[in-house]
Design a protein around this ligand. Structure first.
Ligand SMILES: CC(C)(COP(=O)(O)OP(=O)(O)OC[C@H]1O[C@@H](n2cnc3c(N)ncnc32)[C@H](O)[C@@H]1OP(=O)(O)O)[C@@H](O)C(=O)NCCC(=O)NCCS
Length: 210
């Protein structure tokens, strides 16, 4: 029997998800932020946007006591994210908080972030590589890894994709991320192409949902 449950996230879960993201992708966060951790508010604001763009796409694994063990963002409409960023006032709020020092980083990280997001967008609209449904981010707390939590989250994401009549899902993963690639291949994702950002290559993987 599993000692975790998979549930839909609520807005109140955002700070814990943002913390887990920072812990799980620490090298990438440090790379983007010039070698220093940003203030927690920065990542919480990004996660608030992602959550509000499509709340049903935010899946969590929690232990019996309600502690967060893992999360997966599996949006069926990635375009809603850009729309929400614009009309939801997020960009304005980010600019204000950044300028008033609430994120704890300067101009250089913003340049890297913008360039990487542009590379991401370019890759996302490349003919043959498009898919509006994504595994946008997934992470499991280090102490809880190897128990099938990521696999369970991905299976729940598949259910959500099916409910929404998604035909094809895309994700990106670093080529040296063996545990993640193992999970994705086990669940039917296959590699089709490669893209790059300032940190190096990403494998592009797809899955046909049936
Ligand atoms: C990738 C990640 C989400 C996997 O979470 P998890 O809950 O441990 O995953 P699962 O337990 O469902 O499956 C892990 C699989 O990887 C395998 N694995 C673990 N370490 C491995 C390694 N070094 N090489 C190859 N396979 C490995 C496990 O044996 C298991 O496969 P199995 O089910 O066939 O035995 C987790 O390691 C993580 O959060 N990493 C940091 C964040 C990250 O990299 N996210 C993915 C970004 S694309």
């Amino acid at each position: 029997m599993n000692n975790f449950v998979v549930v839909r996230a609520e807005l109140a879960d955002v700070p814990a998800m943002a913390k887990l993201f920072t812990e799980s992708f620490i090298a990438s966060v440090l790379h983007h932020c010039g070698g220093r951790l940003p203030k927690p508010q920065a990542m919480q604001d990004v996660f608030t946007l992602v959550y509000q763009a499509e709340p049903a796409a935010a899946l969590l694994a929690k232990d019996q006591g309600g502690q967060l063990l893992g999360y997966c963002f599996a949006p069926v409409g990635l375009n809603k994210l850009w729309w929400q960023a614009l009309v939801g006032g997020h960009l304005f709020k980010w600019a204000w908080r950044w300028l008033s020092g609430q994120y704890g980083f300067g101009l250089h990280p913003v340049k890297i972030l913008v360039l990487n997001k542009l590379a991401f967008l370019r890759s996302a609209v490349t003919p043959g590589k498009t898919a509006n449904a994504r595994i946008l981010s997934i992470a499991v707390a280090e102490a809880a890894r190897g128990q099938g939590i990521a696999s369970a989250l991905m299976l729940e994401a598949d259910n959500y994709f099916r409910e929404n009549k998604v035909a094809r899902v895309r994700l990106e993963v670093r080529p040296d991320n063996r545990p993640a690639i193992r999970v994705y291949e086990k669940l039917g994702y296959y590699q089709e192409g490669i893209t790059y950002d300032s940190q190096g290559p990403w494998l592009i993987m797809f899955k046909e949902i049936s």
